[in-house]
Design a protein around this ligand. Structure first.
Ligand code: FAE
Length: 527
């Protein structure tokens, strides 16, 4: 590269990167995509994605003395200084490059087009929500940190040693993620948890068992919020567009620790488009650098000796299946198989205690209770008693159910549309619907209330998926530690390793499996 070109590229690359985070909206005019500057880079270890799988991999590699570069399509919110927005007052953080919010319901708000934290991919029978930004799903999720039931873990992941997971990896990740449990006295007196008290009381009346659900939100902080000693976050309607306080996201634990080693470089607003497998077993990534309007600023060709794909289930499947369809890399017939929605099924009940006080005006955004009906052979399910922070007493309870996935789906890439095809329809969710009908009927019979026709079509949200899992299943599409079949230097470490179901909210399991995989990968392949 000559000096003039270098200076031009540096100005457009580094300068653009800096400005992209802060002044993206001011730079609407950029060169047409074919004329974008392209720079070439060679990097030893690259991780795509900064969610759970990526963050664990980065920390352990850095601690073992390896330099790591992470490529993240979303924004580094912590560094940008831009605040997250609350659900009733959505702003930049609300939606990934949309002009209207994309929450599961109540999308009546216009928002500025911005690289927000929450994205949604729509398929004919399914909508899949995902986190975007440094910290991945940890930025937008409800923080519920649930250990799967051991017998179900063994059933769905017989290829893993459950003794090792329950004695070593689950305790380790609970500590690293800062998992804690709400104090019962606080829960009983906090006016923001009336929805949970009502939810549990009615579940007991109907004969269901409830459980306390651990979380990564700092409940001691929440107690101080309640006493008005610190700025409010969970008690101010913040969650799926990010929390400004209280929630301990990955940028505050795994990623922070990795950065503190001095060996981690995170490049935000870097979207990987394709992966090419080279003859020398390295990988070349084509990357588009965008600004916060989503406008491409530059192109990069990054060649990595070792590549970890941690782009989340859908991101990883998209990159692998797309690149395979373009003959850039080889995959085998296992890729895309055993995909599932983790049995996600949303439902709710309207007119709950409507004449005796409803579910309360104020709702904390952090769920702390669930109905555990998993041992019922006819209707096995777990359901989270979810908040509905609408700022008024809507006398409604909302439930995000997690069921078994009796009929898994699969994912392929359609060359014509250039998009993933999701092979998933009502037959995949039929058993889940039966469980939801059983639950709502039983609850309403004893407690009153109606089906949640106000929030969902016919009262049941079969198409809501927060937990896409599978498609690159460990031990099937990969070896026992996440190395993709047929490859020496390409690893998958994220939700796609879990075969479509884990019976509880999944990030604790994703984090535990990531710890297990990277520990073994370092031992075997990073000598
Ligand atoms: P993930 O955290 O999704 O990270 C992937 C990262 O890769 C993201 O930051 C992407 O922006 C980035 N990326 C993707 N494609 C590219 C590309 N081409 N180039 C560059 N970067 C890319 O992956 N789970 C729980 O256990 N408890 C909960 O309470 C809970 N609540 C949830 C609530 C919501 C609204 C949502 C959407 C999810 C929730 N989840 C919850 C699911 C959980 O967040 C999810 O399973 C994990 O975040 C998945 O972790 P991964 O490491 O697979």
């Amino acid at each position: 590269m000559d000096r003039k070109t270098f200076i031009q590229l540096s100005a457009m690359g580094t300068g653009a990167l800096f400005f992209s985070s802060f002044f993206g909206n001011l730079f609407a005019k950029t060169p047409p995509i074919g004329e974008l500057p392209v720079t070439e880079h060679s990097i030893e270890n690259v991780i795509i994605g900064t969610g759970y799988g990526g963050a664990v991999s980065a920390l352990r590699l850095c601690e073992a003395g390896h330099k790591v570069t992470m490529l993240e399509m979303g924004l580094n919110w912590g560094k940008s200084g831009i605040p997250f927005s609350a659900m009733r007052n959505p702003n930049e953080s609300a939606a990934w490059l949309r002009t209207r919010t994309i929450a599961p319901f109540m999308n009546i708000f216009s928002v500025p087009k911005f690289t927000g934290t929450l994205d949604r991919w729509d398929f004919p029978e399914l909508k899949i929500w995902m986190g975007r930004g440094v910290g991945g799903g940890s930025l937008v999720n409800g923080g519920m940190a649930v250990t799967p039931k051991r017998n179900y873990f063994q059933e769905v992941l017989p290829q893993l040693d459950s003794e090792l997971f329950y004695s070593k990896y689950f305790p380790l990740v609970k500590k690293e993620l800062g998992v804690n449990v709400i104090d019962e006295d606080f829960l009983n007196k906090c006016s923001f948890y009336k929805f949970n008290r009502v939810g549990e009381e009615e579940a007991h009346k109907a004969g269901f068992k409830t459980i306390r659900v651990p979380n990564v939100y700092d409940f001691k902080y929440m107690e101080r919020e309640y006493r008005n000693e610190v700025p409010r976050s969970a008690l101010a309607g913040e969650v799926i567009y990010g929390n400004n306080h209280g929630k301990v996201t990955l940028d505050k634990n795994y990623l922070k620790k990795a950065e503190d080693t001095g060996k981690l470089n995170i490049l935000d607003l870097h979207k990987v488009e394709h992966i090419t497998h080279n003859a020398d077993d390295s990988y070349t990534l084509e990357v588009t650098v965008i600004n916060t309007d989503g406008i491409p600023l530059a192109k990069k060709k990054i060649t990595a000796k070792k590549l970890i794909l941690a782009a989340g289930t859908m991101g990883t499947l998209d990159l692998l299946l797309r690149s395979a369809a373009e003959n850039r890399l080889k995959t085998d017939e296992n890729l895309g198989k055993n995909w599932g929605n983790n049995g996600n099924f949303m439902t709710g009940r309207n007119f709950v205690k409507a004449f005796t006080g409803g579910t309360g005006v104020q709702h904390s955004t952090i769920p702390v209770g669930g109905v555990d009906n998993w041992e019922d052979a006819n209707h096995p399910f777990f359901t989270e008693i979810a908040p509905l922070p609408m700022g008024m007493n809507v006398a409604t309870t909302l439930y995000l159910m997690i069921n078994r996935v009796k009929k898994p789906g699969h994912v392929t890439f359609d060359k014509v549309t250039g998009r993933l095809d999701m092979h998933w329809d009502k037959t995949n969710t039929a058993e889940m619907l039966k469980n939801a009908q059983y639950f709502v009927r039983k609850m309403n019979k004893v407690n009153g209330g109606t089906r949640s026709h106000m929030i969902f079509h016919n009262g049941f949200g079969a198409d809501v998926c927060y937990h896409p899992l599978g498609g690159a299943v460990i031990g099937k599409a990969t070896d026992s530690y996440g190395k993709l079949n047929g490859h020496n230097n390409l690893y998958v470490i994220d939700g796609s390793l879990i075969p479509g179901t884990i019976g509880v909210n999944p990030f604790l399991t994703i984090t535990a499996i990531a710890e297990y995989c990277i520990e073994n990968i370092i031992k075997k392949d990073f000598t």
